[in-house]
Design a protein around this ligand. Structure first.
Ligand code: C2E
Ligand code: MG
Ligand code: MG
Ligand code: MG
Length: 285
């Protein structure tokens, strides 16, 4: 009986591994197809100036609805893209698409919108691709000023290859692009690098923000990041603001910018433009 039970477990384990490998394989091949045929879109989530309530910009987030697989989250397909090399075309597509969205919004509005778009960079993409040239070309192609395209990168990208990261960040500054550290607090930051690299913004990870009202330790971490940022002259964005209480609290703590479901979920390019235009009219009347 014991042996039968064990083999049963092994069977289940094997099936699990096999299913996972099959899923990974179909995501890779469908994603390759989606990248070749325009199957991905970007969703835009508003970034809100906490002291004034103004919309300062949007974070561009990749979205994929596949005819065979249905909706697949970037939490699942970005790692597959990183393992398979597809992160290079995916990253290039996202940068071009974000710059093009800005230029389409400008055209609709008849002048440049006073908002920017944040583009996520993967550490693997940064290691493999010439990200500075990619942004330079995307900006030139779209006729967008570099100050309107923020690069979001993670601490792991800097740890992986500090020299390469340094060169890239300074090249992005030459393009006037702001630079944000995403998921800040979750990695093992070399605090010295915050000081010596041209980083403009810290994005406090959602895992610290979401429950900081209930969890005193989280609130202490957020406070510490805010004071660190102040002494280093960095701006701070809080991710994952889901309630008004959180928005109020972070505003009182002096946090610069907020992002989260309380303000708005990620939305289509057209909806994001309307979201901005309605509030812009309201604010300027
Ligand atoms: P991220 O860059 O940290 O993006 C923020 C994530 O938090 C997004 O998830 C967003 O939808 C979600 N979020 C925003 N506000 C809230 C909130 O109030 N509550 C909760 N629970 N979640 C909130 P999403 O769109 O699923 O993206 C997940 C991750 O996938 C991103 O995390 C980013 O690391 C990666 N990703 C997405 N698009 C791209 C892309 O174009 N390129 C690369 N390299 N990575 C991407
Ligand atoms: Mg991000
Ligand atoms: Mg983030
Ligand atoms: Mg995050």
């Amino acid at each position: 009986v014991k042996i039968a039970k064990r083999t049963g477990k092994v069977e289940i384990y094997r099936n699990g591994v096999l299913k996972e490998a099959q899923r990974r394989f179909s995501i890779e091949s469908r994603l390759r197809d989606a990248l070749a045929h325009g199957g991905l879109t970007l969703a835009y989530q508003p970034l809100i100036h906490l002291q004034t309530g103004e919309i300062t910009g949007f974070e561009a987030l990749a979205r994929w609805d596949d005819p065979e697989l249905g909706h697949v989250s970037p939490v699942e397909f970005v790692p597959v893209a990183e393992e398979s090399g597809l992160i290079t075309p995916l990253g290039r597509w996202a940068a071009y698409e974000a710059a093009q969205a800005l230029s389409r919004w400008d055209a609709k509005f008849g002048q440049a919108l006073p908002v920017g778009v944040n583009v996520n960079l993967s550490p693997i993409q940064m290691a493999r691709d010439d990200v500075a040239s990619m942004f330079e070309e995307a900006l030139r192609y779209s006729g967008i000023g570099g100050h309107r395209l923020t690069a979001e990168l993670t601490e792991s990208a800097i740890i992986a290859d500090p020299d390469k990261a340094r060169k890239l960040l300074f090249a992005l500054k030459d393009l006037q692009m702001p630079i944000a550290m995403d998921d800040f607090g979750t990695g093992f930051s070399n605090l010295a690098s915050l000081h010596s690299l041209p980083i403009d913004i810290l994005k406090i990870d959602r895992s610290f923000v979401s429950n900081m009202l209930e969890d005193h330790d989280k609130a202490v971490i957020v406070r510490t990041i805010l004071s660190l940022a102040e002494s280093l002259n960095l701006r701070v964005t809080a991710e994952g603001i889901e309630t008004q209480e959180l928005a109020d609290m972070l505003q009182k703590m002096g946090c610069w910018q907020g992002q989260g479901y309380y303000f708005a979920r990620p939305m289509s390019e057209a909806d994001a433009f309307d979201y901005w235009r309605v509030r812009w009219n309201f604010e300027t009347i």
